[in-house]
Design a protein. Structure first.
Length: 528
């Protein structure tokens, strides 16, 4: 509905509402003139038609002049399968998608953009990436209208170009002898499509070690990247090494309250190494958008938002269709984003999700932002948009634990306990060792006042990984069931594990302790 409204309004805020209001005003005025006898029925009839046509023509001309441009066509180039069922995690399988991206990225016509194979890999997940049928399926689900698939065979490599329109799939095929002939596929595509604005296209090779490192990064095997980069100091591998160091550094626990109290900078050894690598690439004029992106990510993590703004805006200028850059920019304050044309965080997150509908982090953040910006009521715009955003993602990646958990949490907050119970029951079946699923199911039962049913879920969440919030609810539940001794035990455990001075659940646990101790004292006084 929101998309339709924006489309009909062009770029005029509430344009369609203004037109309808103007038409209604004109017709009411003419009706008044007719009923008062100031105008004849025939004259009113002619004026109705005349003014309606004039208003609609003016609106149409404004709409044509200001309407949003048509969205670009999404293009996906998939890895090369070893057969028709499997794609192995070998560098050669990902050679052509990366070759295509490098050689065509800056030469595609504006009406096309590449949905990068790395994004599809992240959406599918490392555990499922070996199932080749998932690749074209997910590519279609994220909205790719042109898909290029390929398969290794005894006679060479067969390429199939798919043009997707609704339920129709028109295909064209060709074949090359080996990956060394990849250039021929670009020539073939130039003849069969209007993808490219330039001719001839460049012919940049792809380093196999780089592809091994890229796969290791996607699979979070960061130490392997460090070893690969030591043996191959190419610019691409150096950027990957910096990326691996950033990820390793972000795993460190930072006492931010201590840093703020001492007014010192957050210093992370891996970040220092990564900065030296990236600074050297800049000095050698070998930097890419990824260099600025990783510098920006480090700046956000260390809360140096001034530097983050500089680096991420540079990365965006060089790589405007990168959903990851848009997502990271969303961590900046809105006033830092106005020169980019974004008024708030939601607009940036919407763009990130549009560029990659399968990007879980951006979808999660957008759904959460929709909900907290709304009224919190079941029928409120914020709630409905949050639900729609989550459900759209779950069509792409069914059963995703994190998104199901968010959907269940929102259902809890709007008191839709039936839906919340169904969701967390499903999660417990699929992820029996997920402490949050146990905790949330406990909260559902607690809100339904099924305290005896709720308690085992809280205790199991604590047993799995000492779920912090479960300690508080276990204490409250024991208190409601009349067991003050165990209630005190879990309240005290929650206070002991407080995360900071602003830990609201620890404060609630402290209140619970005071209430029990006060009641106990009162009881003793009465007994005397």
């Amino acid at each position: 509905m929101e998309t339709t409204f924006e489309f009909l309004s062009g770029k005029v805020p509430g344009g369609i509402i203004l037109v309808l209001a103007l038409l209604l005003s004109v017709h009411l005025l003419l009706s008044f003139l007719k009923s008062s006898g100031l105008m004849s029925k025939q004259r009113v009839r002619k004026d109705r038609i005349l003014y309606t046509v004039v208003i609609l023509l003016v609106y149409l001309s404004i709409w044509l002049a200001t309407r949003p441009p048509r969205p670009p066509v999404r293009l996906a180039v998939l890895p090369t399968a070893d057969n028709r069922t499997l794609v192995r995690a070998k560098a050669r399988n990902y050679y052509f998608p990366e070759y295509f991206r490098r050689n065509t990225f800056h030469h595609l016509k504006d009406k096309y953009f590449i949905h990068r194979w790395q994004w599809l890999y992240e959406t599918i997940g490392p555990d499922s990436a070996s199932s080749y049928p998932l690749w074209p399926k997910v590519a279609r689900l994220v909205g790719a209208q042109i898909i290029l698939t390929s398969t290794f065979s005894d006679s060479g490599i067969r390429f199939t170009l798919h043009h997707i329109s609704g339920n129709q799939d028109q295909t064209e095929e060709t074949q090359i002898h080996s990956l060394a002939d990849s250039r021929k596929i670009l020539t073939w595509l130039s003849e069969k499509t209007d993808l490219f604005r330039d001719s001839p296209l460049p012919d940049k090779d792809v380093n196999e070690t780089f592809l091994q490192g890229e796969l290791a990064l996607l699979q979070k095997r960061y130490r392997q990247i460090l070893l690969l980069a030591d043996d191959n100091p190419s610019p691409d591998l150096r950027v990957l090494k910096a990326a691996a160091l950033v990820h390793i550094g972000m795993q460190r626990k930072i006492d931010r309250q201590k840093v703020e109290y001492l007014e010192s900078e957050i210093k992370i050894p891996e970040f220092e190494q990564a900065r030296r690598i990236l600074a050297e690439l800049i000095r050698q004029r070998l930097d890419t958008p990824d260099v600025a992106y990783w510098l920006g990510r480090m700046a956000i993590f260390t809360e140096d938002f001034g530097k983050a703004e500089i680096f991420l805006k540079k990365a965006l200028a060089d790589d405007p269709t990168n959903s990851r850059i848009h997502y990271r920019l969303s961590f900046l304050l809105p006033q830092r984003l106005r020169d980019l044309g974004y008024k708030n965080r939601i607009e940036l997150l919407k763009k990130a999700v549009y560029l990659d509908p399968g990007y879980r982090d951006a979808v999660y953040a957008l759904a959460h932002e929709y909900y907290v910006s709304g009224t919190g009521t079941p029928s409120g715009l914020g709630t409905t948009m949050a639900m729609k955003t989550i459900q759209n993602f779950l069509k792409i990646r069914r059963g995703d634990a994190r998104m199901l958990s968010l959907l269940g949490s929102i259902s809890l907050k709007i008191s839709d306990y039936d839906q919340a119970e169904r969701i967390f029951k499903l999660m417990l079946q699929r992820y029996p060792n997920d402490s949050n699923a146990h905790y949330n199911m406990g909260v559902v039962q607690f809100m339904l006042k099924h305290y005896k049913k709720a308690l085992p879920y809280f205790l199991q969440a604590i047993k799995i990984d000492h779920n912090l919030d479960a300690y508080l609810y276990a204490g409250i539940t024991y208190r409601l069931l009349g067991n003050n001794r165990l209630a005190l035990k879990y309240y005290r455990e929650r206070v002991k594990r407080k995360t900071g001075d602003d830990d609201s659940y620890a404060k609630e646990a402290m209140k619970g302790i005071r209430v029990i101790l006060a009641d106990s004292l009162t009881k003793k006084q009465h007994e005397k």
